[in-house]
Write a protein that binds this ligand. Structure first.
Ligand SMILES: CC(C)(COP(=O)(O)OP(=O)(O)OC[C@H]1O[C@@H](n2cnc3c(N)ncnc32)[C@H](O)[C@@H]1OP(=O)(O)O)[C@@H](O)C(=O)NCCC(=O)NCCS
Length: 197
């Protein structure tokens, strides 16, 4: 694995690999506390139609990160990010006031983790939102999630707490997309960034 990735818009043919990466990401990050029923809902088999609908929806954005060494089709997809307008959330404290875009889902294959792909996907989504006029970004992560450190590392500040799928969760916000993009791209070899946005 080269660690050099290309970010592009997802196409309908990517739905099965996105569903697979989503399911595996859930198992890795939340398998220790999520109920078997909730995990079953994320199974790749059930989720292909879900992802096809998101990829086809112009109101949201689904990007994939590919390893060019593995070709240019779905087989090269190593990670995905999905986002769009800020969605209503069951909140117990804090506020999402002023935030105008949301990262909903971000997962990288286990074999691709720790190589900068999460940073690249997050920056590409932020750039896409910025091009559409957004200024800020928020995302929700389960509190009991060993990967939350990624969002701390790229400068997220805790802005709210809430509840999702029977689990406590926490919202990270960036008031300025420029600061998020800088935090993501600052430690990345820009030669590796080939975003289509
Ligand atoms: C979380 C995730 C998207 C991060 O992507 P990644 O490609 O592995 O992360 P990167 O290589 O871009 O790392 C960026 C920085 O975050 C840090 N980081 C990554 N994961 C971290 C963690 N679990 N705890 C603390 N810091 C972390 C890295 O050390 C790196 O910092 P550095 O550049 O100063 O060394 C990815 O690991 C993943 O898909 N995890 C499993 C699924 C998941 O948890 N998804 C998010 C749910 S909220």
């Amino acid at each position: 694995m080269s660690g050099s990735y290309v970010i592009r818009d997802a196409v309908l043919e990517d739905a099965p690999v996105i569903a697979e990466i989503h399911e595996r990401g859930w198992l890795q990050a939340y398998g220790h506390f999520i109920t078997p029923e909730a995990l079953a809902e994320k199974s790749a088999e059930k989720r292909i139609a879900y992802w096809q609908a998101r990829i086809a929806d112009p109101a949201v954005t689904v990007l994939v990160g590919c390893d060019p060494a593995l070709g240019d089709s779905s087989t090269a997809v190593q990670g995905m990010v999905y986002g769009g307008p800020v969605l209503p959330h069951d909140m117990t404290s804090g506020s999402l006031d002023g935030f105008d875009s949301e990262l909903y889902i971000l997962h990288c294959r286990q074999s691709a983790q720790g190589k900068g792909l999460g940073r690249l996907l997050t920056a590409a989504l932020a750039r896409r939102f910025q091009a559409a006029g957004a200024k800020s970004l928020v995302l929700w992560a389960f509190k009991d999630n060993a990967f939350r450190g990624f969002y701390d590392r790229i400068g997220g500040r805790v802005v709210a707490e809430g509840w999702d799928e029977g689990q406590a969760d926490i919202a990270y916000g960036w008031d300025d997309l420029n600061s998020l993009i800088a935090a993501c791209e600052g430690a990345t070899n820009t030669a590796n960034r080939a975003d289509t946005a």
